[in-house]
Design a protein around this ligand. Structure first.
Ligand code: 2AL
Length: 189
């Protein structure tokens, strides 16, 4: 075996390890992807292009913690405009999200605990959504993951008593939580 043989073997080995890292470790794949592919990895987290682009522009991230920290900093700047943008990709609570898009699939999962077979609950949610939209002029948004339909209905009714400014802040907080949950879904095993 010559030194050249060893060098060739080492290079082949490091490429093999690197390719495994790329596929099995989303963070490595995110760091190494081209801009469009990296954006596609996070676009379903929230329908705010500026947030997606800024997160991608911050690559490479040394860890998911670093990535999440940047994601939170970016989300802390969101105002009403971003909220309205994002709501285009969030179906009403209780309306079984249809469609094949990644967002629809994520929404279905997040709303899985809402028992739409319970007619009374479904009607109460439909009415609650309508009342909320009448009062605040946009779709009611809540981090639904893990919440039962009744817990969501209670939150909706409680938030009906908020003033518009308070409710905008609350809706933005819910949007941040949904976004971070989805980000964890992309990067954490
Ligand atoms: N209107 C909503 O609150 N929608 C949603 N909440 C979630 O957690 N996922 C949704 O799609």
């Amino acid at each position: 075996i010559t030194e050249a043989d060893v060098a060739v073997a080492m290079k082949a080995w490091s490429q093999a390890v690197c390719s495994v890292a790329e596929t099995s470790m989303p963070l490595a794949r995110f760091n190494q992807a081209d801009t469009q592919a990296a954006k596609a990895m996070v676009q379903a987290c929230v329908a705010i292009p500026a947030w997606q682009e800024a997160l991608v522009a911050g690559r490479p991230y040394s860890s998911f913690t670093a990535l999440k920290k940047h994601a939170v900093e970016l989300a802390d700047c969101w105002q009403t405009a971003e909220l309205n943008l994002a709501l285009s990709a969030h179906p009403r609570i209780g309306e079984r999200p249809t469609g094949k898009s990644e967002e629809a699939q994520l929404s279905r999962g997040e709303q899985a605990a809402v028992n739409t077979a319970d007619q009374a609950l479904a009607q109460a949610l439909a009415k609650g959504n309508a009342d909320y939209e009448e009062r605040f002029g946009r779709v009611f948004l809540i981090r639904a993951k893990g919440l039962s339909g009744h817990e969501i209905l209670q939150a909706l009714q409680r938030r009906m008593a908020s003033n518009p400014e308070q409710e905008t802040l609350e809706a933005l907080e819910q949007l941040r939580q949904i976004t971070l949950l989805r980000l964890e879904g992309v990067f954490l095993p």
